[in-house]
Write a protein that binds this ligand. Structure first.
Ligand code: UD1
Length: 420
């Protein structure tokens, strides 16, 4: 199992390109199942989760050609299997996103039930109840969700009682081919949901209210293939901004957007960062200063994203002052603080709240990554520590950060993969 060795040192300084968004690429790949004709998807990030989604589509018989610059061509008309097997779903929970489109287009879907994960129990009840409201029959049998529809799904008025990104995506993908109108209330407004909807509109779907909490979908009989480019990854963007802030450095990020990161940029300004941005770029400069501690509370978009909580917790660990970080989305997502404390951080946990008293510098230690964003926080901590930090279980990081070693090195950081 590979490990990462991070040398703590000076400030990060430099310019890198931001990749396509993982959390947009995955649902967009799932939605290609809806197209009656070949699709081509550009700006696809080169990540293990994307490889898993492509493997899942391929094992269902879908035709896939990987072109230049991570442009993927997909032909779902070749589909022969209506099953998403356990072996693939267990490595990536987002595999559940094929359920809605498969059922809507082919009238049947068998998807292995995704289990819990390190950050919490993560149920899919809202996905299933919404599909039932649209006329599907759903059984859980031998660990598989077996969904069937007698003819086309039927439009329905659905109120989701928790804001769920994946639930909204699955239901909107089912609704675009359903008969009649579907209204999804309390829908997630995350930019990745918007990106998915815009891709489906380009395929001929009729969706109103995109970017709001009420999506009104008028089902069409078929969708066509088209080309679509995945949006930039706002979490990768935020991670490098925080890494620069925590190391008192400077970074310029290309091929990204500031408008989808408002809550994060405001917190970085509060931490003392000088920010500037324009069409397709963001720059952060700490002017050599130590960041100030910032309180935060995670909540659905447009509030502060749970996927940025761990990185800010790492920055707060070396900031001036004391901060409170409240995690409201996932029950077990402050787990990385125990690893940060092994590096000399001063963090206490009270329920879903971390209280962090910043220290001047962390000390290197062998640490273990527990999930994707927690791994990113350990890289940031390693960059701020005295000595060399060895991070174990970094397969988590390869799920969501493209070329992390190259990018950190381009910014002047010391990072090396050790194949064990
Ligand atoms: C997506 C993102 C993940 C991010 C999360 C929250 C992808 C591939 N992953 O995950 O990176 O951290 O959004 O922004 O896009 N819930 C239920 N019942 C359901 C579905 C969800 O109770 O049927 C709860 C979950 O347990 C959680 C909350 O809703 O507490 C939000 O989860 P959700 O938005 O669904 O997360 P994912 O789509 O899995």
């Amino acid at each position: 199992m590979d490990k990462l060795l991070i040398g703590g040192g000076g400030p990060l300084d430099g310019e890198i390109r931001i990749s396509g968004a993982k959390n947009s690429a995955l649902p967009i790949l799932a939605c290609t199942l809806l197209a009656d004709g070949p699709m081509s998807i550009g700006n696809m990030p080169h990540l293990n989760d994307v490889t898993t989604m492509l493997a899942l589509l391929r094992c269902m018989g879908v035709g896939i050609t990987i072109g230049e610059k991570m442009c993927v061509e997909i032909d779902a008309n070749a589909l022969t299997e209506l099953t998403a097997p356990y072996e693939l779903v267990r490595t990536m929970r987002a595999s559940i996103l094929v359920l809605g489109p498969m059922l809507a287009r082919f009238g049947e879907a068998n998807v292995s039930f995704p289990g819990g994960c390190a950050i919490g129990s993560r149920p899919v009840d809202i996905h299933l109840r919404g599909l039932e409201a649209m006329g599907a029959t759903i059984e859980v049998d031998e660990g598989y969700i077996r969904a069937k529809s007698d003819g086309r799904l039927k439009g329905a008025h659905i109120f989701m009682d928790v804001v769920t990104v994946g639930g909204t995506e699955n239901l909107v993908m089912a609704a675009v081919l359903a008969e009649g109108q579907t209204i999804l209330e309390n829908a997630a407004r995350e930019p990745e949901v918007v990106d998915l909807c815009q891709c489906m509109v380009a395929m001929g779907a009729k969706i109103e209210g995109i970017g709001t909490s009420t999506l009104v979908v008028t089902g069409v009989e078929k969708l066509i293939g088209c080309h679509y480019d995945v949006m930039p990854d706002r979490i990768e963007t935020g991670t490098y901004l925080v890494a620069a802030a925590a190391t008192r450095g400077r970074v310029r990020l290309k091929d990204t957007r500031a408008d989808i990161l408002e809550a994060v940029l405001l917190k970085l300004e509060e931490a003392g960062a000088e920010l500037s941005y324009g069409e397709g770029w963001i720059e952060l400069d700490m002017k050599g200063k130590r960041p100030k501690a910032v309180n935060l509370r995670t909540a659905p978009y447009p509030a502060f994203p749970t996927d940025m909580q761990a990185q800010f917790t790492a920055m707060n660990a070396v900031a001036e002052g004391t901060a409170t970080v409240v995690e409201t989305i996932f029950e077990n997502r402050l787990i990385q603080i125990h690893e940060l404390n092994r590096m000399g951080a001063q963090i206490t946990l009270e329920g879903n709240t971390a209280i962090i008293t910043g220290v001047e510098r962390l000390n290197a230690a062998p640490v273990m990554a527990t999930d994707l964003r927690a791994s990113a926080s350990l890289v940031i901590a390693g960059l701020c520590a005295n000595g060399d930090t060895l991070i174990d279980r970094i397969y988590h990081i390869d799920r969501g950060y493209e070329c992390i070693e190259e990018k950190v090195q381009l910014l002047g950081g010391t990072i090396r993969r050790i194949a064990v």
